[in-house]
Design a protein around this ligand. Structure first.
Ligand SMILES: [Zn+2]
Length: 94
């Protein structure tokens, strides 16, 4: 199973969804987190490195700006070797 870490920053500050008192914002982050997870699982499935058999690790940072109510997603992929990282990045780009 793919290792997915999802983290959020609100106005340049790292936040935990549980800590957010603004219900509207907490809902946005929760919803976005679910969408990200679904997207990554759908695109990568149980992808493993063809050479080493390791699954990639995906870290997604959702950066939310409250002024503009915009969310930007930053995907970061780690794996055992460059080929495996490239394979995962390509799959995520679709
Ligand atoms: Zn590898």
């Amino acid at each position: 199973m793919i290792d997915i870490t999802i983290q959020f920053e609100v106005d340049d500050r790292p936040v935990e969804v549980d800590e957010i008192t603004d219900e509207y914002l907490a809902e946005i982050l929760e919803h976005t987190g679910e969408q990200i997870r679904r997207h990554v699982v759908k695109q990568l499935g149980d992808m493993r490195c063809a050479k080493h058999g390791n699954p990639p690790q995906v870290t997604v940072t959702g950066v939310y700006t409250s002024d503009t109510e915009q969310m930007e997603l930053d995907y970061h992929v780690d794996s055992c070797c460059e080929q495996s990282v490239l394979q995962a990045v390509q799959a995520l780009a679709h």
